[in-house]
Design a protein around this ligand. Structure first.
Ligand code: ADP
Ligand code: MG
Length: 267
């Protein structure tokens, strides 16, 4: 369902050096530094699989998702999602995927229902199709009783659920979730995981999520350890632990990268 080969995204940033001499020199020549946000990753995700990209801040998780979701153009390499080349067939790719951003993008001054209806219009879903689909999603995501409430009145967990429901509106084959439970309390986090699990069981949906929580990576079919734009390991949680000779994914991370998960990887 996802096939990625030697994918890279580089940014060229101006280096800033301290001191007057450096400042004067930079008037003539501003050295540019290559930041490889995603540095040549290769992997495949099968239909119906749930894969988690585990890595600290700055590892390249969001960049990877945005490349696969056609929001960024790769510097190098190729990626296919649902059979479509993300650069050449960007429109078809976008129709095949649902994307839930790291930062929620709901309108807080609209109701739950209005947010979904607005999204349905953006997807060009005719009203007679949109209404039953919205009703179905509200039920699935436990939002039926809250449909007339403003988004700002919802708890963080419910807001996130709505965000995901909206991502599912056009019945995508692949759902990208960028740090879906960051900032939620443990209970809201768990209920959201259960929700994602049910969704997948019901529809055969392929789920690609990013996280810096090992608890969120643990229930995934396979986990990719991402660090400084590179894949340090990829396999089932059990395989990864066995291969590294450790008991936890935290220790897998440490063994494969040489530093703990909790520290940001960008130097
Ligand atoms: N537009 C950009 N310009 C320059 N550097 C960027 C840009 N976007 C991301 N980066 C850098 O790329 C690296 C990976 O970022 P990101 O994909 O957001 O990581 P994550 O989502 O894992 O926290 C970081 O070092 C970040 O600073
Ligand atoms: Mg991110």
């Amino acid at each position: 369902m996802i096939a990625v080969e030697r994918l890279r995204k580089s940014y060229f940033v101006h280096r800033r050096e301290p001191g007057l001499r450096a400042a004067l020199r930079s008037l003539v020549h501003r050295p540019r530094e290559e930041v490889k946000a995603v540095d040549g990753v290769t992997f495949r995700v099968g239909a119906g699989e749930r894969v988690g990209f585990l890595g600290p801040n700055g590892a390249g998780k969001t960049t990877t998702v945005h490349l696969l979701a056609t929001l960024l153009r790769p510097t190098r390499g190729v990626a296919r999602v649902a059979g479509y080349d993300v650069v050449r067939d960007d429109l078809q790719t976008r129709r095949s995927i649902g994307l839930v951003f790291q930062e929620p993008t709901l309108d807080r001054d609209l109701t739950v229902d209005e947010n979904l209806r607005f999204a349905a219009r953006l997807w060009n879903l005719p009203g007679r199709l949109a209404a039953p689909r919205i009703a179905e999603l509200l039920g699935q995501f436990g939002l039926r009783e809250r449909r007339r409430d403003l988004v700002r009145a919802l708890s963080g967990g419910m807001r996130r659920a709505l965000d995901i429901a909206r991502g599912m509106l056009h019945e995508p084959l692949v759902l990208f979730l960028d740090e879906p439970t960051a900032g939620l309390d443990p209970r809201a986090r768990r209920s959201l995981w259960e929700l994602i699990q049910r969704l997948r069981a019901a529809s055969g949906l392929t789920v690609f999520l990013t996280t810096h929580y090992v608890e969120e990576a643990e229930p995934c079919d396979r986990v990719a350890v991402l660090d400084r734009g590179r894949l340090a390991a990829l396999g089932t949680p059990a395989e990864l632990k066995r291969a590294a000779g450790v008991q936890s994914l935290e220790d897998v991370f440490l063994a494969r990268t040489g530093h703990p998960l909790a520290e940001p990887s960008a130097a």
